[in-house]
Design a binder for this molecule. Structure first.
Ligand code: URP
Ligand code: ZN
Ligand code: ZN
Length: 600
């Protein structure tokens, strides 16, 4: 029996300049959750149509690209760059022009840089400075995170201005760089509480700065002054301890946490344990192109310049099996994103640390090569499927920082940040051909499958036929609103953990994939953070019978009389509880190691 074809309502294409209109035909669209054959039509910087050719009428004069055999993927989002950063007594050489040009050349169409105020500097003033540097130079869209490099009432007040008026929804705190940016645990707790009250996302640089400071002194006085001293002063467990502590502190403040640059197996395991313990709610992790594409044996190279060029913090690990382990964590959703931490210094700048490893300016390249490294070590190596590649190079960052689906998806209505990716083509990485301003490339000589053949930045073709033609100042600032649904719905239990993890449980070869803790069959009972328990009336105060408040329906969801709203607090929980004298008497509904509260 033959059925007559349904009449198809064709999407009309407006007659405008071919410059504004691009038609990509015969490609394979890859989003984080599915992949399918489709044509893509772009007009005025927006994706207007994704679907079969039969549903779109294409007039003449439109720039048409044949993507047969290629993938059409969302432009990469690099959530971690430091362009023209004043750091270690010098300034990183990739400015917002060279940095974003390199990004685009490699298939990244959005970057998120960090505003890092000096100690005592106003957040708003530092933000204005970054905008003034970036706006005239950026070749692709960008967002900003704010560093909380010191802590005071004025900083806390300005965080609200950042969120409400200036499009910043994420704040990075440093647990290292003692005497410069490092915050102590009380300050961390207070920043987490503040961030939670604003509906923002906390980030940490997780290394124990106190241990590092001691080790640096010990190593230098023992005569260890070369680059090899860097990793010795901040070994894996120094990173792992801080990851564990940050996760617990953030959980106590009921604040979502994104751990930047997870660089070691031990730190990755701590993050995976925390995600497992908290049922995938509120903890996210990023690793770097550097951690996936190279390793710390380079820091032992007999050439001082070669070794120093590989110095960043946390360090590359000397264990050469680390990169594959980190990729496995990405594959299993123990980690969610890849950044570059692009913070490049030339040979002459690295020489500041000759004779004292602790003075070597920290930082490496990665913004240009991140996508190719993840493809090569992930997809080409058989550890990631193309959907997961899109998730960890683009979509997850867009979701966590609330840019999704404007960014991070090939769909009608999304920004036309589109890459035509040739999975079969190869390219050799070299400082001689890269688009960075720096004179070294940590991936030198590596041959990568996966090449961004065409890169379209908000509708503008910037890479084609091996030519990189960017426009300085074309990029726009992307304001990020607070309360990213992906993060807050999970934190508040509005979605089930399965929905959070979703399709990533399926392996490329079809067998079930387990994350680290599942695989080890570890059982860690969940304990609700006291902050949340108090807010929801899910805790028992002294004098009341155990469980009485929580079990009285009228008390549910109400504040206990006389208590402040903990999420509005700018004080540490511990200080408050100490002052009220209540601390030792508070009983929560679920005893340590006990059953889940039933909220989940
Ligand atoms: O070594 C690094 N990572 N340099 C940039 C600053 C930071 O800590 O992210
Ligand atoms: Zn850092
Ligand atoms: Zn960084």
């Amino acid at each position: 029996m033959s059925s007559s074809p349904k009449p198809v309502k064709k999407v009309p294409i407006h007659l405008q300049s071919a410059q504004n209109r691009v038609y990509i035909k015969n490609g394979q669209v890859v989003n984080h959750d599915k992949t399918f054959k489709a044509d893509v039509y772009i007009e005025d910087g927006i994706i207007k149509f994704v679907g079969p050719a039969s549903e779109i009428g294409v007039p003449g004069g439109v720039k048409t690209i044949d993507a047969t055999g290629k993938l059409i993927i969302p432009g990469g989002i690099d959530p971690h760059t430091h362009f023209q950063l004043k750091f270690g007594g010098t300034v990183s050489v990739d400015d917002f022009y060279h940095g974003t040009k390199a990004a685009v050349a490699g298939g990244t169409t959005t970057i998120i840089d960090f505003v890092l105020p000096d100690k005592g500097e106003s957040l708003v003033e530092a933000y204005d400075k970054w905008r003034a540097w970036a706006d005239p130079k950026v070749c692709c869209d960008y967002g900003l995170h704010m560093g909380i490099t010191w802590w005071s009432k004025s900083v806390s007040d300005e965080m609200k201005i950042m969120c409400d008026e200036l499009g910043v929804n994420s704040f990075k705190m440093f647990m290292a760089y003692k005497g410069l940016y490092q915050l102590n645990d009380t300050e961390l707790l207070e920043t987490f509480e503040r961030i939670r009250s604003l509906g923002a996302v906390a980030q940490v640089h997780a290394e124990n700065g106190d241990i590092i400071a001691k080790n640096v002194t010990k190593l230098l006085s023992a005569g260890v002054t070369g680059p090899e001293g860097h990793e010795l002063s901040r070994q894996e467990e120094v990173e792992a301890e801080a990851v564990n502590r940050a996760c617990i502190l953030a959980h106590q403040a009921d604040c979502p946490l994104y751990v930047v640059h997870v660089m070691s197996k031990s730190a990755g395991i701590e993050l995976a344990r925390a995600r497992f313990r908290y049922k995938n709610r509120g903890i996210y992790g990023e690793t770097l192109a550097a951690a996936l594409g190279t390793n710390g044996t380079h820091c032992l190279n007999e050439c001082w310049h070669h070794a120093a060029a590989h110095i960043l913090s946390p360090p590359l690990r000397p264990d050469p099996t680390t990169p594959e382990f980190m990729m496995q964590l990405l594959a299993n959703d123990d980690l969610q994103t890849t950044g570059s931490d692009n913070c490049t210094f030339n040979k002459s700048q690295k020489e500041i640390g000759m004779g004292n490893f602790s003075k070597i300016p920290n930082g490496v390249n990665g913004v240009e090569d991140r996508m190719s490294i993840v493809w090569e070590k992930g997809v080409h190596a058989g550890l990631l499927d193309p959907c997961r590649f899109v998730a960890v190079t683009s979509t997850n960052a867009a979701k966590i920082f609330n840019m999704y689906p404007q960014k991070g998806r090939i769909a009608a209505g999304s920004d036309a940040d589109v890459v035509i990716w040739d999975p079969n083509m190869t390219r050799k990485i070299s400082k001689d051909t890269h688009h960075h301003a720096c004179d070294f490339n940590i991936f030198e000589g590596m041959v990568c499958h996966g090449v961004p053949e065409v890169v379209i930045v908000r509708g503008r073709i910037c890479v084609e036929n091996d030519n990189v033609r960017v426009a300085e100042g074309y990029g726009k600032f992307v304001p990020c609103e607070v309360r990213p649904a992906f993060v807050y719905d999970a934190l508040e239990g509005k979605v089930k953990p399965e929905e959070v993890v979703n399709h990533e449980e399926e392996m490329i070869n079809g067998s079930k994939k387990l994350n680290l803790c599942d695989a080890l069959e570890i059982e860690i009972p969940y304990q609700e953070p006291i902050t949340r328990a108090l807010l929801s009336g899910n805790a028992c105060m002294p004098g009341a019978g155990e469980g009485s408040l929580a079990s009285t329906p009228s008390c549910r969801g109400h504040r206990i009389d006389g208590q402040r709203n903990m999420q509005e607090s700018t004080f540490s929980i511990s200080e408050e509880l100490d002052r009220s004298g209540n601390r030792s008497c508070i009983k929560v509904r679920n005893p340590p190691g006990g059953k889940s509260s039933g909220f989940w």
